[in-house]
Design a protein. Structure first.
Length: 426
């Protein structure tokens, strides 16, 4: 597409945006704040705020424990079925439960036990660190013969798929990868990797945390085995909202959850002293869900279903292409480097920008001293500013203003007013 570098170009793009009206569904405290960190924590849907008030006053406050039967008990599976429509799964294949890390542990453990004659777990250097920590712990717990091997990057933005495939052998029990890399936004061809690994007899577990709700995910079409993901990024479920897990139907009775909690029991309220796993996806539940956080997920899912994932993906690609266009127009001589794939088909819904003073530039955007405009991206070590584009509420004018403001910060050396000492959360 031929973009225009001036502000009027962004205004015209917003006028033509078919999903622009969904922005009004989100709470906006200040129009002088541009939020480009939805890839880390999504904005608050207005209906979620209303729902929490109703939950507190009516369901918890008035109906008390009766709300378990009326509203709460079946929500893990009901929300899972709703989320299944967003990630291309079937009814009864997705459940809301625990955190992403715990769900990854459950499914990775189940996979290693299922493929007990194999000893290798394959991942990559772009995977989210906590995923690797979980896998390292599992390999240690199973036995000394188990090992984790990591595919390399060929250019610091993309994974060397040839190197990855060489690591997948007849001794591979599990391949587990982030469909969209948290740092560079590298987007895997999930169908290609899934098919290749399955041909070698391995199970494949996808982390969809930076993919679900932003890019098309078609788990059934690619015959995916397993998946996990969080709900607080592009799904807008709220800070710390429970995660999800997916298990393909024909695998559900073949795999065992290592965490045998009462919500995963066939008859939890019989209170038997011996555990009997529930049938189907229910067996992967564990303890009592955090009801308030879990219920708050639904409004965000409803908005995405109404807008349509494919429509959101079209806008996502357009936003990031526009951002990269403006970067090249405004920063050809300023020491910046695009830290994400330039091919939109290999990129998720955020763009990383590298600079030797990235941390201080990021701080100047978030905590302005010479501007009334507050812009919130985030920073990832060692030199990445991540700009997240949530198509439900990010506008093209916001992208234009962001790059214009960043140019001011660099040209005027405003970033030199800020310390390079890292905050706890970056």
């Amino acid at each position: 597409m031929n973009f225009i570098a001036e502000l009027n170009g962004a205004i015209e793009l917003d006028k033509k945006d078919p999903v622009k009206d969904f922005r009004s569904r989100f709470f906006m405290a200040d129009e002088n704040t541009i939020y480009l960190d939805g890839n880390s924590l999504g904005r608050l849907p207005i209906k979620t705020k209303e729902l929490i008030d109703e939950l507190m006053e009516n369901q918890w406050g008035t109906q008390l424990i009766e709300s378990w039967n009326k509203h709460w008990y079946r929500k893990s599976v009901e929300l899972g079925d709703k989320l299944a429509k967003i990630i291309g799964a079937s009814m009864g294949e997705v459940v809301i439960s625990d955190s992403t890390s715990i769900n990854l542990y459950k499914l990775a453990h189940a996979a290693l036990k299922y493929n007990s004659d194999r000893r290798v777990v394959v991942s990559d250097v772009f995977n989210f660190p906590t995923d690797l920590y979980v896998l390292q712990g599992l390999c240690n717990d199973f036995d000394s013969a188990h090992k984790l091997v990591l595919a390399a990057s060929k250019n610091d933005t993309e994974i060397d798929v040839g190197n990855l495939k060489k690591m997948i052998t007849p001794d591979t029990a599990l391949v587990t990868l982030s469909m969209v890399s948290f740092k560079s936004a590298y987007l895997y061809d999930a169908a290609e990797i899934t098919h290749y690994a399955q041909q070698k007899g391995a199970l494949v577990l996808w982390d969809l945390s930076h993919a679900a709700g932003a890019v098309p995910v078609e788990l059934n079409r690619i015959n995916a085995d397993l998946a996990v993901g969080c709900t607080y990024k592009y799904l807008n479920g709220g800070p710390g909202s429970p995660a999800f897990l997916y298990v393909r139907k024909d695998l559900q009775e073949k795999l065992a959850s290592p965490i045998q909690g009462w919500f995963g029991d066939a008859k939890p309220f019989a209170f038997d002293l011996e555990y009997t796993p529930a049938k189907g996806i229910h067996k992967f539940l564990a303890g009592t869900p955090p009801v308030l956080n879990q219920m708050a997920i639904e409004p965000g899912l409803d908005i995405i279903l109404e807008a349509g994932v494919n429509n959101l993906y079209i806008k996502s690609k357009l936003l990031s292409e526009y951002f990269i266009f403006l970067m090249r127009e405004k920063f050809s001589e300023s020491g910046f480097k695009i830290g994400s794939p330039v091919d939109a088909s290999q990129r998720g819904s955020h763009v990383s920008v590298k600079h030797k003073d990235a941390y201080r530039i990021n701080q100047a955007l978030i905590h302005p001293k010479n501007s009334t405009l507050k812009i919130i991206p985030d920073f990832r070590e060692p030199d990445n500013i991540r700009f997240g584009f949530t198509p439900l509420y990010t506008t093209f004018v916001e992208v234009w203003k962001t790059l214009n403001r960043m140019k001011e910060i660099v040209m005027n050396k405003e970033f030199e007013l800020y310390s390079n000492k890292r905050e706890t959360v970056t």
